[in-house]
Design a protein around this ligand. Sequence first.
Ligand code: SF4
Ligand code: SF4
Length: 452
Amino acid sequence: MFFKKMFPGGTHPHEGVNGKAVNSGNAIRELPAPKRVVIPLSQHIGAPAEALVKKGDTVLMGQKIGEAAGYVSASVHASVSGKVVGIENVETASGAVVPAVVIENDFQDTWTELRPAAHPETLSAKELQEIIREAGIVGLGGATFPTAVKLTPAEGKSIEKLIINGAECEPYLTADHRLMLEKSVEIIDGIHLIMLALDIKEAVIGVEDNKMDAIQALAAACEGVEGITVKALPVMYPQGGEKQLVYACTRRKVPAGGLPIDVGCVVCNVGTVYAVQQAIREGKPLVQRVTTMGGLVNNPGNFLIRIGATIDTLIEACGGLQPDVVKLISGGPMMGNAIAHANIPMTKGTSGVLALGKEAAEKPENPCINCGRCVTACPMQLVPTRLDLLVRNNNLEEAEKGGVMNCMECGACTFACPAKRLLTQSCRTGKKMINARRKAAAAKAAAEAPEK
Ligand code: SF4
Ligand code: SF4
């Protein structure tokens, strides 16, 4: 088969039962609100939010319950109305244990006072960014970086193009696909609003061409809207990686170690764009998102969930798990996190929950046979087999020189490896160790610096 490639490397992961082919036809359903929501104060990149409520407080839906604690942080809001029954440490899908506000639902869905912007076109870029910040919006593709920070270029940097990520290249996930089909007009409006917030004139929406219905819906919605184009991209994992997407949509190459802003671009996921539109036009903070439940469940689907509903409520709504499930994953099968149980809250970054069978079970590692498939698959042009050995031998200096910090942890090398080497895991470990060393060195230097 011939595939027109948009970036080096990449792979074609296969799908099992109830993958994209089945689930993309399932319209978004609203997951019934649960009796309790568990809303982590840290569900984004950056400093955890600080609780604004205490046990016994009554809260309204959309009320801010956690204040962003710093520039790179995000506020959190109640996704139901009801009573705060505790602030507890809870386990999240990443395995981290973080404080969370637990709210008992009164099932009234009484909203806090919403303040939609009457005439967003008359607001300044700064005012629009402030609405996005107040709404607690983060990257909903899974990265969870605070959107307002992303839309505020650092000194000396400028943004010319907005790139919208509608690739949804991970197997099984179809939440973005359904959103693009069902909310295409709102997404185009959201793009227009982000362009105002950035004060720019051009946006490109990149969508893999296995979603032609979504491409057509978006193209129809942006007819007559100036500056927004839709680009069909070939199917290739990880087409939705920021660097890969920027190149596919603009032919601009983000330098190694750099960010899209280094080539004048900023990337936002379609779910994020929808959240921005809802915040500006409806005044609604981010308290719900669309997520996919796929794999070995009896009735898979795409669901509008309340942030803080636990995964077991989603599984229950899907009629339960099939008997041969061996692994639960929060996110996609390539970049998601395996979870040991389903009593874990869904957060702003939960793009999907998958129940996978024996094909997803851990296989024993074998020695490398030097086939080079991991090198061919790596979209960052790294040599994963070498990085794996260097990290395992604790040779972090050489791993750093070999570019381990540029690893995007996409999982393509691990997927391609016939010896089942845990290559991505090695790179992740190497990055963590190097970051820890850098942090320790900075702290030591600060401690030894003469006082001023
Ligand atoms: S996980 Fe890292 S090393 Fe492996 S293919 Fe992706 S970018 Fe390359
Ligand atoms: S794909 Fe696996 S076996 Fe092949 S070179 Fe890479 S690490 Fe070795």
